[in-house]
Write a protein that binds this ligand. Sequence first.
Ligand code: C2O
Ligand code: CU
Ligand code: CU
Length: 587
Amino acid sequence: MNRRDVLRVGLFGGLGGLGVAPPEDLSRDRWRFDPGICVSDASRPALAEVADAKAPEVSGSAGLTRYVDPLPIPPVLRRTDAKSAILELRMEVFRHQAHRDLAPVEMWGYGAMWPGPTLEVRRGEPLLVNWVNALPMRHLLPVDRTIHGAEKPYPEVRTVVHVHGAQVLPGSDGYPDAWISAQGETGAYYQEGPSVYPNDQAATMLWYHDHAVGATRLNIYAGLAGLYLIRDAKEEALNLPSGRFEVPLLIQDRMFSADGSLLYPRAKGGTHPEWIQEFFGDVICVNGKVMPYLKVEPRRYRFRLVNGCNSRFLQMKLVATDGQGGPSGTSSDVPGVFQIGTDAGLLPAPVRLPYLILSPGERADIVLDFSGYAGQAMAWKNDAPAPYPRGGEVVPEDVILFSVSLPLSGKDTSSLPEHLLPYTGLNPLEAVRERVLALTETERQKDGYTEIGLLGQQHWSDPVSEDPKAGSMEIWSFANATEDAHPVHIHLVRFQVINRQPFDVATYKRTGRLILTGRPLPPEGNERPAWKDTVKTYPGYVTRVIQRFDLPQGTHSSPGEQFLYVWHCHMLEHEDNEMMRPYWVIG
Ligand code: C2O
Ligand code: CU
Ligand code: CU
């Protein structure tokens, strides 16, 4: 490839207050960095060798002081010309300081940063990306060679990028077996050449992250995640808060050991030597910082949230605090939380939320109006039990503090319109079929320890069983017979939640018969109506979604042609270990 067509994104380092040193061919390129965001290679710190694998698993993050680091905003990469340039983004080792009192730790990042740069595109303008694996041969975290696709002799470090929520052809979708190693070894479905993102879809926030079979939990945990914004004219016409008043929040829990390294615990008495069922960290990071704060002006802001945790659900409430995040002595009043969009686009109208529940993979587009709150502080606090909703594991409470301490820089001319986007509901009567797909898990005989979960009673390697016709509409009904909620994500499509209905789990597990035991519950306030790509399936309920399996616009297919995608639980430990299934869209 022509070097001139490429911007090597060799950024690195902590995200706050980075200086600029553009690569020398930047001016000739069609990609442009927002100013003030990248630093030169010359200041790159030397990296230590791979951390000692036997470092004790003692958390050094549990006692960290909250709200001492400012919220970093990932740099934005956007295209200024619609034709021909290919973006190159490298996955690299770098050092990252996640908190004032933590030493910089070794992490992996797109563009050598965590989160990776935000890719911003306009609807209808395709984006081509060369994702380059420039990572070491040894993993930063405990690999489990007994997990499907991670067996020997596959390389320990394998990556493939998926843009979550993007409508793309299979070759660009980050199929789990389409991985490549830094040495150029490839999985069975690897496709040469750049990934193509047509961006032929409504404005929303997607996110890109690793999707390698049997390694996704570790690769994302190591830092391989970033945001992807699609803009369009309809969204712009709404005059929502924008520019520095639109703030992305990638929320991910982590644990750091006393020596500062990123801590991902190993199994103790589990079903696999290393693999744990769920990771739950003792601190919450936002845009790569532990419990950051953000100084805001007394005006309207738009926040783009994604739950990028491995397995943690978030249930967040905005509460009034003092400047340090403690209980506020006087006022308990906070701005109303208005949700204006979800995973796959804007809502028809803002929905006021008493609290916000986000499962891994889900997004929320929120407007907060801080006017009238000058001099006050408020924080988003999480109280979702982990695992959700059963509980039992650590629940870090503090997410982010907003201090309304900046003077108003100018009149707030943005708006929060009463009506956002017209919405067309998909009619369940037009669905050609309903597929009942069970979520199940088993218990180990000797001690009742929960063993792996399955989707549709099948393993990852079983033949494809879901094969909707291109353009057809289907209802998928997820019958969750486990004790936990699981976020189910379907690639390619956007769907609508129809309802949730309780069923008799014991009978189902004994006989496979689905007996409904109560009336269907309508979708939750922020799902009704809404476009989604990830849905919370609650234990003991059938969760029904409806979608049309449209291939990306302009796809030429021959009759019977198979387009391969996946659907899976978005708890990363689960999807890495059997809670993922391939599916075909048939042309
Ligand atoms: Cu966000 Cu298949 O994943
Ligand atoms: Cu996805
Ligand atoms: Cu799950």
